[in-house]
Design a binder for this molecule. Structure first.
Ligand SMILES: Cc1cc2nc3c(=O)[nH]c(=O)nc-3n(C[C@H](O)[C@H](O)[C@H](O)COP(=O)(O)O)c2cc1C
Length: 189
């Protein structure tokens, strides 16, 4: 159980990101998985099929990201909302996964944080068709509004309502990871 990994996709490149802090919270609340690769989405080049088709030319971040995605048991996406849509870095990271078999059957948690009242929720709906295409199994969506008021001076979430909500989502993700693993075991028996 503790050996399970969940690919972290953070769509923010900002220092002190509320979304990166949400990924840290997910990782910290989980006893059953580790969030890996959270720094990679922001280091990926803009998706280019010419580069994708020439594996020798892949930048190291692409290599690492694709390898972690292939090995990961699940996914957690933390995306800012920019101009009422998902951050470009979030969509770009997902584009890099289309040619690799995607996220088929991977339990996936989608989270957003924003200083605004909507908590980044308008970033979620536009990502749904892409997650469906990739074969991700969405287990929960969490939005955190007024993120600045819910974090301490070090950018960590201290509001118990946020911690409780994220703990619930982490529990749902762990349950789905267990279910997916049991299905894989059945299919090889
Ligand atoms: C150009 C720009 C557009 C933004 N658009 C939205 C928006 O549509 N909705 C929203 O809730 N916040 C919006 N924000 C505020 C971001 O949610 C805020 O910067 C947030 O902290 C970004 O996430 P991060 O903390 O993980 O970097 C925008 C910020 C910028 C700079």
């Amino acid at each position: 159980m503790a050996g399970r990994t969940v690919l972290g996709i953070c769509g923010s490149l900002r220092r002190g990101s509320y979304n990166a802090a949400l990924l840290d919270l997910v990782d910290g609340l989980s006893g059953g998985f580790r969030v890996v690769g959270s720094d990679l989405a922001g280091r990926l080049p803009l998706f280019n099929p010419d580069v994708e088709n020439d594996e020798e030319a892949w930048p190291e971040a692409v290599r690492e990201f694709r390898a972690l995605a292939e090995e990961a048991d699940g996914v957690v996406i933390a995306t800012p909302e920019y101009a009422h849509g998902p951050a470009g870095a979030t969509k770009n990271a997902l584009d890099w996964l289309v040619g690799s078999g995607g996220l088929v059957g991977r339990p996936t948690l989608l989270v957003s944080a924003s200083p605004g009242q909507a908590g980044g929720m308008r970033a979620h709906a536009p990502l749904m068709p892409t997650l469906t295409l990739l074969g991700a199994v969405l287990v929960d969506c969490v939005v955190v509004s007024r993120a600045g008021a819910r974090t301490d001076g070090d950018g960590r979430y201290t509001d118990p309502a946020v911690v409780d909500r994220v703990r619930l989502a982490v529990g749902e993700l762990e349950e789905a990871l267990g279910y997916a693993a049991s299905k894989r075991t059945q299919s090889v028996l």
